[in-house]
Write a protein that binds this ligand. Structure first.
Ligand code: AMP
Length: 213
């Protein structure tokens, strides 16, 4: 089963994708994570995209399509969760063609809808465990006072360079201009289902499970 989690930054795509990996053995393909890894390891591509990512703009279709193509050539495990990809119509077309060339199908596109005000407060207060990616929020889910991640016991927490009010404005604008047309695109194909991304993590997870049944 191959699915896309679609939604603006801060909608909870990464959190839900990690659950699906644990519960169903699916493989999370997050182009954001891949690009951050490329930056950390200092590859030529990583250095090229760093400033664009920090500003909140999208990197070129060519780069992210190349990243996904490489992964589709590897192990397909229990299916793929596309998280943060596709983000443009060109990427959506490319994904369709890539899946077809691997005799694979797209089984569901799940929109996680969250209102803009909630996104801003989620993102500007967000930090994650450096070891397992568990997400914390300064107000609603602070890092435990013993400084240990509740999920894995890790003790290093990170804030993303682009989780600030300025970059977020650009990221939201990019989402509405370039990514939100994908909702119509997948609706027209009959692939789209929306879930309310504002609930508790468990509630959102069971709404997603219901779609996947
Ligand atoms: P994310 O972790 O998904 O929020 O992505 C972080 C940043 O990586 C984005 O703001 C973009 O600069 C870049 N990025 C991630 N995925 C894509 C994509 N599919 N297309 C273009 N840029 C992307």
């Amino acid at each position: 089963m191959n699915i896309i989690l679609l939604g603006p930054p801060g909608a909870g795509k990464g959190t839900q994708a990690r659950r699906l990996v644990e519960e169903r053995g699916m493989i999370q393909l997050s182009t954001g994570d891949m690009l951050r890894e490329a930056r950390t390891s200092g590859t030529e591509m990583g250095n090229k995209v760093a400033a664009i990512m920090d500003s909140g703009q999208l990197v070129t279709d060519e780069i992210v399509i190349g990243l996904i193509e490489e992964k589709l050539n590897g192990d397909h495990g229990g299916g793929f969760i596309f998280d943060g990809f596709p983000r443009t119509l060109a990427q959506a077309d490319a994904l369709g063609a890539l899946l077809t060339s691997h005799d694979a199908t797209l089984d569901a596109v799940i929109e996680m809808s969250v209102d803009d005000e909630a996104l801003v407060s989620r993102i500007t207060a967000r930090s994650t465990c450096g070891a397992c990616g568990e997400v914390y929020n300064d107000e609603t889910k602070p890092i435990p006072t013993d400084g240990k991640c509740t999920n894995c016991g890790g003790t290093e927490f990170k804030r993303r360079a682009d989780d600030n009010a300025d970059s977020l404005k650009t990221r939201l604008m990019e989402y509405y201009k370039k990514t939100s047309p994908l909702l119509g695109y997948y609706y027209a194909k009959g692939d789209l289902t929306s879930v309310n991304g504002l609930g508790e993590i468990e509630e959102v997870a069971s709404a997603i499970s219901a779609v996947l049944k």
